[in-house]
Ligand binder design. Structure first.
Ligand code: NAD
Ligand code: IPM
Ligand code: MN
Length: 369
């Protein structure tokens, strides 16, 4: 078995704590002969700033370019609130996404049966929930130019972010959504603000044409992003695949995460386009951030991080056996009632980050025995 070249970027806050648990899984899968990894480590975010004065060094960017996949935990935190905008922790993450051309961000929101009571919604609304949010990740207002602050003649400041989408950018993310829907429940809900924004209007036009031309067999609906936010908490099981832009996708996936019990549950895959040799860059990361409020306490939920490793096995390494085993191990520990504090609900006690990692490895041992 050839080794998967993985660049691990623990980052900041709870990042190193949840990375340690993913490493336990990596080590176990290697020992069990199910997946062999060659792991390099690097710095991103505030930890890179402290070491090098930048949010990611050129050396670590080169490692990311050379890796089969990047596994990133989280960046950011109040410690770096005062650093210059261009080298703030989040700039490292955004550079990785842009330079590796990771335009397609897959954020699955799955409510494990054992967690239906941990959600902030009623059990019947979330039990069995399985939504895939497909978020465009390299365009829109995150990267549009101009992006600047200018001082006006009267001394006032004017800050500008630009929302831009081209036909090509919309079409390729739409294609990802339709292809995924065909393997799931065959429905795409495309979301924008076509009623207000030019880019939203083009988005709807391009998705409609793509659907008609290439995916008439998939059910397509359009929903304005504000209404979609409301529907997510009213009746989330109406959704299968949601296809949306960079900013709406960011917000809607945090909303969707609470349906599953906690933001600490949502993994993600950020995928690029395949080159002529079939190789494509990819980065895997939890949807949550560095959780400064609980960092250093050993209580963070490592499930989104371990689930992101599972997504790497599925989408980059074509190892469905290992990926399924991870998903089943997560479901298994939850079914046994093991809970970190964020998903505790009515459970009598909660366990630590390390105990959750150990429990998932123990469950994996049984599954793969
Ligand atoms: P956050 O996601 O870090 O935390 C929001 C809330 O969710 C907090 O109460 C936190 O304790 C909780 N939470 C998050 N992950 C958890 C986990 N695994 N287990 C248990 N509880 C968890 O969002 P924030 O507080 O708005 O942002 C903090 C920093 O993280 C900011 O600097 C932000 O830019 C950054 N951020 C980074 C990423 C990333 O690296 N991908 C994503 C989002 C936010
Ligand atoms: C996420 C985060 C990032 C984003 C930040 C940290 C740049 O919120 O991955 O969801 O806005 O995309
Ligand atoms: Mn976010």
């Amino acid at each position: 078995m050839s080794a998967y070249k993985l660049l691990l970027l623990p980052g900041d806050g709870i990042g190193p704590e949840i990375s340690a648990e993913a490493e336990k899984v990596i080590d176990f899968l290697g020992q069990a002969g199910v997946a062999k990894f060659e792991v390099e480590r690097g710095l991103v975010g505030g930890s890179a700033y402290d070491a090098h004065g930048v949010a990611i060094s050129e050396g670590d960017m080169a490692l990311a370019q050379a890796a089969d996949a990047v596994l990133l935990a989280a960046v950011g935190g109040p410690k770096w609130d005062g650093v210059p905008y261009d080298v703030r922790p989040e700039a490292g993450l955004l550079r990785l996404r842009k330079d590796l051309a990771l335009f397609a961000n897959l954020r699955p929101a799955i409510c494990y049966p054992a967690l239906a009571d941990a959600s902030s919604l009623k059990r019947e609304l979330v039990d069995g929930l399985d939504i895939m949010i497909v978020r465009e990740l390299t365009g829109g207002v995150y990267f549009g130019e101009p992006k600047e602050v200018v001082t006006l003649e009267n001394g006032e400041k004017r800050a500008v972010d630009t929302q831009v989408y081209t036909t090509h950018e919309i079409e390729r993310i739409g294609r990802v959504a339709f292809e995924l829907a065909r393997k799931r429940n065959n429905k795409v809900t495309s979301s924008e603000k076509a009623n207000v924004m030019k880019s939203g209007h083009l988005w709807r036009e391009v998705i409609t044409a793509l659907h008609k031309r290439e995916y008439p067999d998939v059910k397509l609906e359009h929903m304005l992003a504000d209404a979609l936010g409301m529907q997510l908490v009213r009746w989330p099981k109406q959704f299968d695949v949601i296809c949306t832009d960079n900013l709406f996708g960011d917000m809607l996936s945090d909303v969707a995460s609470m349906l599953t019990g906690s933001l600490g549950m949502l993994p993600s895959a950020s995928l690029g386009a395949a080159d002529a040799s079939g190789k494509r860059h990819a980065m895997y990361e939890p949807c949550h951030g560095s959780a400064p409020d609980i960092a250093g306490k050993g209580i963070a939920n490592p499930i989104a991080m371990i689930g992101s490793l599972g997504m790497a096995l599925r989408y980059s390494f074509d190892n469905a056996k290992a990926a399924d085993a991870i998903d089943n191990a997560i479901a298994g520990v939850l079914a046994k009632g093991l809970r970190t504090i964020d998903i505790k609900g009515d459970a009598p006690t909660s366990i630590s980050t390390a105990q959750m990692g150990d429990a998932i490895v123990a469950e994996l041992k049984t599954i793969l025995a």
